[in-house]
Design a binder for this molecule. Structure first.
Ligand SMILES: [Zn+2]
Ligand SMILES: [Zn+2]
Length: 338
């Protein structure tokens, strides 16, 4: 099979590598669609990570034993290689598992976990079967497209009573609008890039605030009766955006951090205690919520078609990454067999 490797700064190519083999509860999936996430950053810097990509939907082509999936099933590929046995895994919070399995040790093979590839291997319990009426493209949004912001909205119980501030309109933040629209919540989108501001509006954002405006916080307050948003989600992963979420949220409100970053300075008295804020760290969602995610996908498919702005065959991966570097795109999909 073929997979992508990064050779040097802004240079990548396809190489041949052995297909993974099913073993125990691990099944082999032929990847039909691989949504792109933040791998373009490695492409831009020239580093070659051990594994490229973590989002995919495809078809089970080999199982080693009977289990929750069979050959021919259309499935979403959930992220990570958690143990499946600890209390976190059992309650559906597998994303936080502390006993992640070393796939190379388990399979004895060097490949099999990349999604920028034609096949991968995965625990069968992390391969939810896609309902017949949902396409691979839409189902693949159960990964980062809709996943982290769905997890944040579940944790904060976002409803039609809420105004939600979402900072960062990359391919994760845009999915936040889709999730909020599904819940009839109002979204204030924080975004400076005009292309993505336009896309956020077309997905249903109620208002757009440019974080580079000196009075961005005042604008958020003015849009929320002077109080601030009920709930906020930072998808930008930058301290300035994270602080805007903290300061732009009303007293007794909630803030979820979805965008990855390093240090953030928080004033415990002024920012937290006096304001009564709840802060959440959100990576993904509980596995038991999969049927709800399929419901969002089914009912908001027309929005997903807007959010997915570009598709590429895997042989054009360099063009796909170069497009992502321009930020003139929403979610971008790769087709490994084209
Ligand atoms: Zn575990
Ligand atoms: Zn991702």
């Amino acid at each position: 099979m073929k997979k992508v490797v990064i050779r040097s700064k802004q240079s990548a190519e396809l190489i041949d590598t052995p297909e993974p083999k099913a073993k125990g509860h691990w099944a082999v999936v032929k990847i039909h669609v691989a949504p792109l996430c933040t791998e373009y950053k490695a492409f831009d810097s020239g580093e070659n990570p051990d594994c490229l990509g973590h989002e995919a939907a495809g078809e089970v082509i080999e199982v080693a034993q009977a289990g929750p999936v069979k050959v021919g099933d259309r499935v979403v590929v959930m992220p990570q290689y958690p143990c499946g046995e600890c209390s976190l895994c059992i309650e559906g919070e597998y994303i936080h598992c502390e006993d992640v399995v070393d796939i190379h040790q388990f399979t004895g093979a060097s490949a099999g976990q990349d999604t920028y590839a034609q096949c991968l291997i995965k625990h069968d319990w992390l391969l939810p079967v896609i309902p017949e009426d949902i396409s691979y493209e839409h189902a693949s949004m159960l990964c980062c497209g809709l996943g982290p912001t769905f997890g944040a909205m579940q944790r904060m119980n976002v409803s039609a009573f809420d105004t939600v501030l979402i900072s960062g309109m990359g391919p994760v933040g845009l999915g936040g609008i889709v999730n909020a629209v599904h819940r009839n919540a109002k979204v204030i989108a924080v975004v400076s890039n005009p292309y993505r501001a336009e896309l956020a509006k077309s997905l249903g954002a109620y208002a757009i605030v440019n974080p580079n405006d000196a009075d961005a916080l005042l604008k958020i307050k003015n849009l929320t009766g002077g109080k601030g948003a009920d709930k906020s989600i930072d998808c930008a992963g930058h301290p300035d955006a994270q602080k805007l979420c903290i300061h732009g949220t009303r007293r007794n409100g909630e803030v979820s951090f979805v965008g990855e970053s390093d240090d953030l300075t928080v004033k415990v008295s002024d920012d937290l205690i006096r304001n009564g804020l709840k802060l959440h760290g959100i990576w993904h969602y509980n596995l038991n919520d999969i049927p709800l995610l399929f419901q969002v996908v089914r009912e908001q498919g027309h929005l997903l078609d807007k959010m997915i702005t570009h598709t590429f065959g895997m042989s054009q991966v360099e063009d796909a990454w170069k497009l992502q570097l321009t930020r003139q795109c929403g979610k971008v999909l790769l087709y490994p067999w084209k």
